[in-house]
Structure formats: structure tokens, C-alpha cells
Write a protein that binds this ligand. Structure first.
Ligand SMILES: Cc1cc2nc3c(=O)[nH]c(=O)nc-3n(C[C@H](O)[C@H](O)[C@H](O)COP(=O)(O)O)c2cc1C
Length: 139
């Protein structure tokens, strides 16, 4: 089992209707590919985790990274995992609100310096997966 976490930016922002249509299609396709994961959105920034067999995860990531609805697509972690963290979700979704930001930035000193929550997670790869599972618990 393999996981890949990336971040990206949607320069104009993704309206909720656009996010909903991305997710609707993604959930159907991911089920077919045996992919699970989570998509987090906050103020034009995106973070997504894809889990599954290595081949399908990398292939799907290649498709996603070419999608013109976002840019600056950057992998910040990929590697083997023992088991899925999002087994029940073909693609969970979280629009970050103040409460979840407070939870995932707990213990981060940089947040008070005005750093965006997603860049903080990105700059701290070891914390990335943990932040995701924290968000999952608050879904
Ligand atoms: C931020 C973002 C996340 C996406 N996540 C997924 C996903 O998890 N699964 C998926 O199939 N498509 C996802 N897509 C859509 C893909 O980029 C692509 O449009 C879709 O898979 C259809 O590709 P196809 O026409 O080659 O089948 C995402 C797009 C964006 C912008």
C-alpha cells in the first residue's frame, strides 16, 4: 500500500460548486481504481492524500497534476504505508474552518506569524499525515 500527499494552489479559488463536481467524479473513479484519501481546501490552497496500490496512485496523481483547475502542484510526501488511514472514504473532503485550523496548528509557533495552515503542514512533512487524520476525526 502506498500514499502520496501533495499540495497545490488554485489561483482564482475553487467555488464550492466546482469542488462538488470534482469530488463527485473523483469518488466514482477512485472506487474503480481502489484509491482512498482526503482533499482539504482552504483559501485557494489544496492538500490531498491519495492511498492505494503504488501504480494506480502514481497514475492518478499524474492526471490530477495536469488538471488546469490548480497549479504549483508539489508532492511533499510519498511512500509505502502499512494500512490506509482513509479506508472508508473514496475521497473525504474538508473545507478548513477556524475550529479545524486550531486543531491542526496546535503546537505550531509559526501559525501566529501569519503562515497559512496548509503551508505549515507542508513545511513539516512528518506532521502532514497526522494533521490529515486529525481533520478526519473532526469530519
Ligand atoms: C484538486 C483536485 C483534486 C482531484 N482529485 C481527484 C481524485 O481524487 N480522483 C479523480 O479521479 N480525479 C480527481 N481530480 C480530477 C482529475 O484531475 C481529472 O479531471 C479526472 O480524474 C478525470 O480525468 P479523465 O478525464 O482523464 O478520466 C481532481 C482534480 C483537482 C483539481
Amino acid at each position: 500500500m502506498y500514499e502520496l500527499l501533495y499540495t497545490s494552489v488554485s489561483p482564482k479559488g475553487l467555488p464550492e460548486s466546482e469542488l462538488a463536481s470534482i469530488l463527485e467524479l473523483a469518488r466514482i473513479k477512485n472506487k474503480k481504481l481502489g484509491i482512498t484519501g482526503m482533499l482539504v481546501y482552504h483559501d485557494r490552497e489544496i492538500m490531498q492524500i491519495l492511498e492505494g496500490e503504488e501504480g494506480p496512485v502514481k497514475e492518478l496523481f499524474n492526471v490530477i497534476s495536469r488538471d488546469e483547475r490548480h497549479t504549483s502542484v508539489k508532492i511533499f510526501y510519498q511512500g509505502n504505508i502499512e494500512q490506509r488511514a482513509f479506508a472508508d472514504w473514496s475521497m473525504a473532503f474538508k473545507l478548513l474552518d477556524d475550529k479545524s485550523i486550531a486543531e491542526i496548528t496546535e503546537g505550531y509557533e509559526d501559525y501566529s506569524l501569519g503562515m497559512s495552515p496548509i503551508s505549515m503542514i507542508k513545511d513539516n512533512p512528518n506532521h502532514g499525515r497526522k494533521a490529515f487524520t486529525t481533520i478526519l476525526k473532526s469530519l
